[in-house]
Write a protein that binds this ligand. Structure first.
Ligand SMILES: [Zn+2]
Length: 347
């Protein structure tokens, strides 16, 4: 048993929340089981796996009793397969062009409330894995599950900053999901019929400020709304009293980049900012330089920057561009909640 090799992505405080959530849900508290035994891979493959959520003991079985058993809503097996079929169709060729093989491990019967990406370890296999527990949660739409899948791809394709596993870190995987992956997948006609939440009002405002082109604006709104549909799942996993929202951004400013899972509010902020970044989808995020393919102040962008609640820009990237105007992304009526001056340091 090599639990020490498992990538620890939660602080003691977060661990406390997870344990609290588990206690409320009257489900098991054992969270230290080795990853290798439930995921079906060899030990060498699965140490340092990355995930969508911090480790948790929430389980949503396909059928059955209990507080998290599948309720009305959530995805059917067919809807789950539709999403992963699109991911394969869109990203299989992209990864092949990099000399890699996309390996999507479908584990619909697995009740785990999470999703995973595995380090390549010198191979060309870009492996991601999707248990059925998370897509079975009633709040998760097909668009939302696409965002989960894009997050896992982001660990492989999101570039810098990377975490200790060598894969893109958590915040960066979220940034990649909304900036690149969701736009590609939602542009595919076969994804037009995915289930989705109603357009988020803040998304409509923010996307209108970034995109004049109607098609780009619609893609932006859809990507932001996909992120919003995960808010409830993020809340459940962290046992938060309130659901995070786009108009209550995290005012935290980190002294150094946080590679672990940011707080749910911070993650929503990343979904939003990545969606309003106007860098083209065709420019990949830089493997070494986090400015490449991204929106940074050093390149003159005032919107779409990685939020400072998890990201510390390297020297030079965070410099204010001469004459740059600090633009807001939100309508005046939402500004009342955003008066903390430190807030805008993250934009
Ligand atoms: Zn992750």
């Amino acid at each position: 048993m090599d639990t020490a090799a498992r990538f620890a992505v939660f602080s003691p405080r977060v661990l406390g929340k997870i344990l609290g959530a588990a206690a409320v849900a009257t489900i098991g508290l054992s969270i230290s089981r080795p990853a290798t035994q439930e995921r079906g891979g060899s030990p060498a493959d699965v140490s340092y796996e990355e995930s969508f959520l911090p480790p948790n003991d929430i389980r949503i079985p396909e059928r059955g009793a209990g507080p998290h058993a599948q309720e009305a809503g959530g995805l059917s097996r067919e809807q789950y397969d539709e999403v992963l079929d699109r991911i394969q169709a869109v990203y299989g060729p992209i990864i092949a062009a990099r000399g890699g093989v996309l390996d999507i491990d479908r584990k619909w019967e697995d009740p785990q409330f999470n999703a995973f990406a595995f380090p390549r370890r010198g191979t060309n296999v870009y492996k991601v894995q999707f248990p059925g527990g998370l897509p079975r949660h009633p709040s998760v739409t097909q668009d939302g599950f696409t965002a989960v899948a894009c997050h896992e791809l982001g660990h492989h394709l999101g570039g810098a900053p990377a975490g200790p596993s060598g894969l893109s870190n958590e915040g960066e995987s979220d940034y990649f999901a909304n900036l690149k992956c969701l736009r590609r997948v939602f542009s595919d006609g076969a994804a037009a019929g995915f289930t989705k939440a109603d357009d988020d009002e803040v998304a409509v405002e923010g996307c209108a400020r970034s995109f004049r082109d109607a098609g780009e604006r619609i893609l932006c709104i859809r990507a932001v709304t996909a992120g919003r549909s995960l808010a409830r799942a993020l809340q459940v996993a962290s046992n938060l009293p309130v659901e995070p929202r786009f108009d209550t951004p995290d005012p935290a400013v980190v002294a150094q980049t946080n590679n672990a899972h940011p707080k749910p509010q911070c993650r929503l902020d990343t979904y939003f900012q990545a969606s309003v970044c106007t860098q083209p989808v065709s420019i990949d995020l830089g493997a070494v330089d986090p400015a490449v393919g991204a929106c940074t102040r050093s390149q003159g962008f005032s919107a779409g920057l990685r939020p400072r609640c998890w990201y510390k820009p390297p020297a030079g990237e965070g410099e204010l561009v001469a004459g740059a105007v600090r633009e807001t992304l939100l309508a005046p009526q939402t500004m009342a909640a955003l008066t903390n001056p430190g807030l805008w340091d993250g934009l």
